[in-house]
Ligand binder design. Sequence first.
Ligand code: SF4
Ligand code: SF4
Length: 246
Amino acid sequence: MEHAHSSRIQEFIGDPVSDSPAISREKMEEIFQDIQADIRFDHELNGCLNCGICTATCPAAHYYDFSPREIVQLLWTENLEGIYDAMQEKIWACAQCYTCAARCPFDNSPGGLIMLMREAAIKHGMESAKNVLRPFSRVMLKLISTGNQLSPDMINAEGFPDWGPNISKVKAPLEVLRKAIPMPTLNTTATAWEVNLTTSIELYTIWEETGVLDQLETIDENLYDVILDIMDEKREDLADWEDEQS
Ligand code: SF4
Ligand code: SF4
């Protein structure tokens, strides 16, 4: 009798009840190779005893269906399907506190490895990365346009609906209070502190050279366009100022 030849290795992986397209094994390999090729990978992963000390001390593991031990095991055993699956949701539960790195007897850094997986998720334009980062677009715009993440005038009920009714208690006379700070760069309410124009331009160069802007383009093309306009404007302002000085 002749047996049918079949392989237990799945060529495609996908949730049968999800609308998301199945992903090819090649793509999973490409994603894993990107994670593994990062210069930090060998430093963050030295082996794994599967002891669970990282998970026992992880604050995120107390509140979510998430375990740094599981993530490290997936990477250590090169479980491509598991790695891809964890990148859909679990990796975004980490608070990046690095308690795990301080406790691991193998000197692993599960939090550092999760950071590499997050960066790969952004690079590959995964929906999970887009969904997680979408609510931060306002903060990213603020950071890139002013050099600050948060400004005093953002601390209001509209900006922080998740704070609940307590946010309404923040009714400080901001303008007066900020003017009372002895350092002039902190006298503003629209930014946490005033960032010098030259410093802003230097930051733009860093973001360009390190690929931060390319990552942003993958995640949110509209925000990327707005930010490019802001950067062009600021570069023109600096050029005008330099002309005036000369
Ligand atoms: S990463 Fe470290 S602490 Fe966590 S299970 Fe592996 S050996 Fe243990
Ligand atoms: S860095 Fe992430 S995985 Fe590590 S202890 Fe903190 S929350 Fe947990």
